[in-house]
Design a protein around this ligand. Structure first.
Ligand SMILES: Cc1ncc(C[n+]2csc(CCOP(=O)(O)OP(=O)(O)O)c2C)c(N)n1
Ligand code: SF4
Ligand SMILES: [Mg+2]
Length: 318
């Protein structure tokens, strides 16, 4: 049996790139996980739900990047899509509705050796979790947020979501939705996300490509992944699926992903729009900035016992 050495690194070390462990440890025993090893329970989604594809590609990513259980963290809120962590045989959490991002931020800030993935739905991300989305983006916390957008509340059986188009008939809008939908890509760019991409569960290679690029980004990476709810919004994304007579257009090769206005313009295209990386810039992360503050504070209290540091703080407050 191989020995698991889970070193918890110093969180003050700042941004530590996720190091892909070799397929074998020094003693030649430990191998990267296979898709089979990382798959947990049988997913309880409806047959044909787009979420299956996203999960399969996450497994593929883990296998491809040879990650070990203790280096994988999968967090979600509440919703059909947010059941995601249940189906991954690794560390993770199915957290409060809309609150996955603050929880995941805590993990990211304290464990720079991990890459935290957060999965969730359009309701979780943009209704109840709307504020957390904006603030996590502007803080540029290093993590990947993949929103499986089905334009509806699936788990609670067909209510209008913030991404439902005008006229969509649901249990909360029986005569058709009257509220203007939000545009997740515009929202992410304007909130300050430093990586903003769009994909669709019906194009597996593209989903994997976007997940890998997001994981390698040093900052808050956001992916909008169209994922059809076959139960409550069948055919919503047919226009983006060539197998259903639609078109899948990649972001033009001439697009400058560092140009915020150009990204915003792409985000404004009518459906089905473009797929790929709309926006990507490098900016210091919250992780790096906090690590810097911690380091400088610790140098000031070097050699002192915990109670002496506490005493100093109380003395200063007098
Ligand atoms: C505080 C709170 N409010 C409301 C709910 C009920 N609720 C559960 S999931 C959900 C919306 C799910 O929609 P979405 O995030 O789009 O996920 P999907 O099921 O479509 O994947 C709601 C309103 C809840 N669980 N907790
Ligand atoms: S209700 Fe919709 S989103 Fe939920 S599992 Fe079924 S098809 Fe998927
Ligand atoms: Mg939804």
């Amino acid at each position: 049996m191989s020995t698991l050495t889970t070193e918890i690194p110093d969180r003050n070390a700042g941004n530590i790139a996720v190091v892909n462990p070799p397929t074998q440890s020094a003693n030649g025993e430990r191998k990267g996980l296979t898709k089979k090893e990382i798959a947990a329970d049988h997913p309880t989604w409806c047959p044909g739900c787009g979420d299956f594809s996203v999960l399969a590609l996450y497994f593929k990513l883990i296998e491809k990047r040879k990650m070990w259980h203790e280096k994988i963290t999968t967090v979600a809120g509440i919703g059909c899509s947010s059941r995601f962590p249940y189906f991954v045989q690794a560390h993770g959490a199915h957290y409060i509705h809309g609150r996955a991002l603050p929880f995941a931020s805590g993990i990211s800030l304290s464990r720079p050796d991990l890459h935290v993935f957060v999965f969730g739905g359009d309701g979780d991300a943009f209704s109840i979790g709307g504020n957390h989305f904006n603030h996590t983006a502007r803080k540029n916390v290093k993590l990947t947020y993949c929103v499986m957008d089905n334009w509806v509340y699936g788990l609670t059986k067909k209510q209008t979501s913030p991404t439902s188009p005008l006229g969509f008939k649901s249990k909360t809008d029986q005569w058709g939705a009257v509220d203007y939908p939000i545009n997740p890509m515009k929202q992410a760019i304007s909130a300050g996300a430093t990586f903003v991409a769009r994909t669709t569960s019906t194009n597996p290679n593209h989903v994997l490509q976007m997940m890998e690029a997001a994981m390698d980004h040093d900052g808050f990476s956001f992916i909008e992944c169209l994922s059809e709810c076959v139960e409550f919004y069948e055919g919503a994304f047919d226009a983006s699926n060539p197998r259903k007579g639609g078109v899948f257009n990649e972001v033009p090769k001439t697009h400058d992903a560092t140009d915020e206005l150009a990204a915003y313009k792409l985000a404004g295209e009518p459906f089905p729009g473009s797929f790929g990386i709309f926006y990507k810039v490098n900016k210091p992360t919250k992780n790096a900035k906090e690590a810097e503050i911690n380091k400088s504070f610790q140098s000031k209290v070097a050699g002192l016992k915990d109670w002496q540091i506490l005493q100093k703080n109380f003395d200063r407050m007098k």
